[in-house]
Design a protein around this ligand. Structure first.
Ligand SMILES: Nc1nc2c(ncn2[C@@H]2O[C@H](COP(=O)(O)OP(=O)(O)OP(=O)(O)O)[C@@H](O)[C@H]2O)c(=O)[nH]1
Length: 517
């Protein structure tokens, strides 16, 4: 919760600008990651597709090669069968026939040997030149096969170890039939496993890439990169036999090998003439590593671009946030300044002790009122008010009490029901003034009397007063005129009101007098 709040504050999610920038950055990040992921996944798909193509091409070419290898062996066997006398092996000059076999064998590098067996499985001729003493092969699978099957087609058996040389070979055999179709023996060509090992070695393959020649019954003949131990291994449980070959003769597939648990991308092709299949499998983890190595610069570049964008974004974000904060602070400062300014303006125009308008405001207001009067030709009245015997008050009660008294008298005058456009001011010292625009002498005198009565009624003690009662009283003088721009109206008005005030004092104070023009 706390973390969430910290993140929200760091991203300024509480402001609409912060939210917009955060969403923009998040969008940018998602778009960047999505684009990179898409590009990389496309590149990986391409690498897999290329490998699948390579695998099927390799398997097809090797199927062709195997087909040629065994076809050559078959043709040799058929030549030999044709050269045999019709009555079988009986009339053959063995020595001469051995030479013939040796010569045929020498033409084909894939051949390990060529042998002729009679009906008992005894070797009657061989390309090795001399028939060994113990040379009965009647127990061999190919021999049993031909004895049982009367057809004259070629038979490719499982891998066997040659009894003549000890080499691993693939037996390719053909039945010899007598003139009545009876079993007359077997012709055998053995193809060297080493031939395939040598041939498959030409290809540039990774350590764990696989190239295999397999019988369609699932028996391995040769599997690169494995050694002889793979010969005759039963691979029929592989997806190649359980799934792929059941559907098509050539194609692609990816599966984990049961031999070594390595996942490979396979291509496979069945031979047209023989019950054999070639599978080429590329090591998928190795492909992934090599693709990763190749794509690493792109990956790093993309990551750097993304980081750069984020960095730039965060710098801009911070800058914008700073600006927004500065602007907010400036706005607050401006408001504060406006408020201070307003207060200062009020202070500049207000009297500090009573809160009434001060002398400056009095002068401005009077000038404005006289200007209006000059236009409207309506009178402006001025009432000058003076606290009676205030010196004595001060002397007796002290200056602080004197200030209090001034404040109280100000409040009393302020409470008078005046027009909204009248102005009450502290004129200076213990003197107050009221400016009454649009007011004639009678109305002004009425207001002045109200003021005198109100102060008297307040009964503020003034023990040193020489009046009828020991209370604070005021005297007021009023005067009114219609402004005339040719004269100093402010002075005239002031002098008129002062004159009336003087008369009020002379006549015994605590009263209001209106002076006449
Ligand atoms: N406490 C206080 N006293 C002030 C202030 N301004 C003026 N005074 C006093 O007001 C007194 C005015 O006295 P005077 O002008 O002699 O007149 P007065 O004593 O009121 O007598 P009359 O006007 O003839 O009634 C002086 O003693 C001033 O010191 C003020 O702001 N505070």
């Amino acid at each position: 919760m706390k973390f969430k709040k910290q993140v929200a504050r760091a991203l300024a999610l509480d402001s609409s600008l912060g939210r917009s920038i955060t969403f923009f950055m998040a969008g940018l990040l998602i778009a960047g990651v999505a684009t990179s992921t898409w590009t990389l996944s496309r590149s990986w798909e391409r690498a897999v597709a290329d490998t699948e193509r390579d695998a099927i091409n390799l398997s097809v070419s090797q199927a062709r090669q195997a087909e040629d290898t065994f076809l050559q062996a078959e043709l040799v066997l058929r030549d030999i069968r044709r050269s045999l006398p019709a009555d079988g092996l009986l009339g053959v000059d063995v020595k001469q026939f051995d030479g013939y076999l040796t010569e045929l064998k020498a033409r084909l590098p894939q051949l390990h040997g060529l042998m002729v067996y009679d009906t008992q499985g005894d070797m009657r001729a061989t390309s090795f030149g001399k028939v060994p003493l113990m040379s009965n092969n009647s127990d061999r699978e190919y021999f049993v096969y031909h004895r049982r099957n009367g057809h004259g087609s070629i038979h490719i058996g499982h891998v066997i170890r040659s009894r003549s040389t000890g080499d691993l070979v693939i037996p390719v055999s053909l039945r010899i039939s007598d003139s009545s179709g009876g079993f007359a023996g077997v012709l055998l060509a053995t193809v060297k496993i080493d031939y395939f090992r040598h041939f498959y070695g030409y290809f540039e393959l990774q350590n764990r890439d696989l190239l295999a020649l397999i019988n369609t019954d699932g028996t391995a003949l040769y599997v690169r990169p494995y050694g002889d131990e793979m010969a005759n291994r039963n691979l029929s449980a592989s997806p190649l036999f359980t799934r792929e070959l059941a559907r098509k003769d050539r194609g692609n597939g990816t599966w984990v090998s049961a031999l070594d648990h390595v996942e490979r991308i396979y291509g496979f092709a069945r031979l047209e003439r023989y019950p054999l299949v070639v599978a080429a499998g590329y090591d998928k983890p190795a492909l992934w590593n090599s693709w990763l190595n190749d794509s690493l610069p792109d990956l790093v570049l993309n990551a750097m671009l993304l980081l750069g964008t984020l960095l730039m974004g965060s710098i801009i974000f911070r800058q914008v946030r700073l600006n927004v904060r500065n602007q907010t602070e400036l706005a607050v400062l401006r408001d504060e300044l406006t408020s201070i300014n307003h207060t200062l303006q009020l202070m500049a125009l207000a009297d500090g002790l009573t809160g009434l308008a001060n002398r400056r405001q009095f002068d401005l207001f009077l000038a404005k009122s006289l200007k209006a009067s000059a236009v409207t030709q309506k009178p402006v009245a001025l009432i000058m008010i003076d606290i009676d015997e205030f010196k004595r008050y001060n002397d007796f009660y002290g200056h602080v009490a004197g200030d209090n008294c001034l404040r109280m008298v100000g409040e009393i005058i302020q409470k008078l029901k005046l027009c909204h456009n009248d102005l009450i001011a502290r004129y200076g010292g213990e003197e107050f003034a009221i400016i009454l625009p649009d007011t004639g002498p009678e109305a002004a005198l009425f207001v002045a009397r109200q003021a005198v009565t109100a102060v008297r009624s307040a009964q503020i003690p003034h023990i040193k007063s020489s009046g009828r009662y020991p209370i604070v009283t005021i005297s007021a003088g009023c005067y009114s005129l219609i402004a005339d721009p040719d004269f100093d109206d402010a002075l005239r008005l002031k002098e008129g009101a002062d004159k009336a005030l003087y008369q009020a004092k002379v006549q015994g104070r605590d009263r209001a007098i209106a002076a006449t023009a």
